[in-house]
Design a protein around this ligand. Structure first.
Ligand code: IMP
Ligand code: MG
Length: 175
C-alpha cells in the first residue's frame, strides 16, 4: 500500500531508542529485586514491547494478549474485545501491560479490569505514546514514552489502513 498522504516524522529511530532505554532503566529500578510478567497488547504493542524488554535488567516473563476495538480505525468505539488471553498464571505476580498508545483509554481500562480478575500482586501500564487530551476512560499510564497532542500516529507498531506497523520511526501526516 502506497502512502497517499505526506508523512511528517515526529520521533526518529534514535529518539525512540534513547527514550526506550531510559524507560527500561526506570522500570528496572522500580521493580528492583522483583520479577514481572510483561504483557504486550497485540498487535500494536509488539514493536515497542520487544525493544523495551531488551532494556529491562530484572527477570521478565513475557506473554501476550490480543485486543480489538470495533469501529472506525482512527476513532475508538469504546467497545473493546479480548481476542486472546495470556497462558501464564499471573496470580500473585507483578504485571506490566505494554501498548503502543493510550488514546481514549478504553482498551487499557478493559485489559486492566480483565487482568485484575486473575488476582495479580500488582498491575502497571506502560505505553510508548500518550494522548491525554483524548482520554475518556478513567485510567492513566504509569510509564509513558512521549506525551503527544491529538494527532493520528503511524509507525513503530501503529498501523494506517493495516500497513506501516513496521516503519521504525513514529510519524504523522502533514495537513
Ligand atoms: P484507546 O482504546 O482509544 O486508548 O486506543 C487504543 C488503541 O487504538 C491503540 O492500541 C491503537 O491500536 C489504536 N490507536 C489509537 N490512537 C492511534 C493512532 O494515532 N494511530 C494508530 N492507532 C491508534
Ligand atoms: Mg492497539
Amino acid at each position: 500500500m502506497k502512502l497517499d498522504r505526506k508523512p511528517k516524522v515526529l520521533f526518529t529511530i534514535n529518539e525512540i531508542a534513547e527514550r526506550v532505554k531510559k524507560l527500561g532503566m526506570e522500570i528496572s529500578e522500580d521493580y528492583d529485586g522483583e520479577d514481572i510478567v510483561v504483557i504486550p497488547l497485540l498487535r500494536g504493542g509488539f514493536i515497542f514491547a520487544s525493544d523495551l524488554v531488551r532494556e529491562l535488567k530484572i527477570p521478565v516473563n513475557i506473554d501476550f494478549m490480543t485486543t480489538s476495538s470495533y469501529g472506525h480505525s482512527e476513532v475508538s468505539s469504546g467497545i473493546v474485545e479480548i481476542i486472546n488471553d495470556v497462558r501464564t498464571n499471573v496470580k500473585g505476580k507483578n504485571v506490566l501491560i505494554v501498548d503502543d498508545i493510550i488514546d481514549s483509554g478504553y482498551t487499557m481500562e478493559k485489559v486492566v479490569e480483565f487482568v485484575s480478575m486473575k488476582e495479580p500482586e500488582s498491575i502497571k501500564i506502560c505505553v510508548m505514546l500518550d494522548k491525554p487530551s483524548r482520554r475518556e476512560a478513567n485510567i492513566s499510564p504509569d510509564y509513558v514514552g512521549f506525551t503527544i497532542p491529538d494527532v493520528f500516529i503511524v509507525g513503530y507498531g501503529l498501523n494506517y489502513g493495516d500497513y506501516y506497523r513496521n516503519i521504525p520511526y513514529i510519524f504523522t501526516f502533514d495537513e
